[in-house]
Design a protein around this ligand. Structure first.
Ligand SMILES: [Zn+2]
Ligand SMILES: [Zn+2]
Length: 166
């Protein structure tokens, strides 16, 4: 599709880009953003640079970056910090209280892929009604509870069912 030659036209048509034939001040003869008049290549270069900076920072201090992210998520979701989370896990003897599997913590296997669980792979479990944090569970048990809708009646029927039909 041929882009409109002026911003005015692009605005009228509701098109994201327009293309004059005047190069930007960095000499790119590329399309412009209708919203900001910004040169596409300049914007892209700025983005690439900022992503590279982020990546460099992460590569250099990835544990601190992980910790920052974890703190941010815990604060936003449960109004707790990483130490609160670690205290919960410690109070459970570093195990999932349901299946008793040990947590994964600071294990360096496949670090880059597993970084998510590097600072502890037990997930905070909370009551959806009261909002109260109940503990920290492994992913499987957390998902299982969700599957039973945190409903004691369904869970006890599931136990009966397994006992009777096993
Ligand atoms: Zn440019
Ligand atoms: Zn479990």
């Amino acid at each position: 599709m041929k882009l409109p030659a002026t911003r005015k036209e692009a605005l009228k048509l509701g098109i994201k880009f327009y293309k004059t034939n005047k190069p930007c001040k960095h000499g790119h003869n590329s399309k412009r953003y209708t919203s900001s008049k910004g040169c596409y290549e300049c914007v892209k270069a700025t983005w690439d640079e900022s992503n590279q900076r982020k990546k460099d920072r992460y590569d250099k201090n990835w544990v601190q970056e992980l910790l920052k992210r974890k703190n941010y998520v815990l604060k936003a979701t449960y109004n707790m910090n990483f130490m609160d989370y670690r205290n919960i896990v410690a109070s459970q003897n570093y195990k999932c209280p349901l299946c008793l599997k040990n947590e994964t913590f600071m294990e360096d296997y496949q670090l880059r892929n597993k970084a998510k669980g590097y600072l502890g792979d037990l997930v905070v479990d909370h009551c959806h009604k009261s909002g109260k944090v109940r503990g920290a569970l492994c992913q499987d048990c957390n998902r299982a509870l969700g599957g039973f809708k945190d409903d004691i009646n369904i869970l006890s029927r599931a136990i009966e069912y397994l006992e009777e039909r096993g």
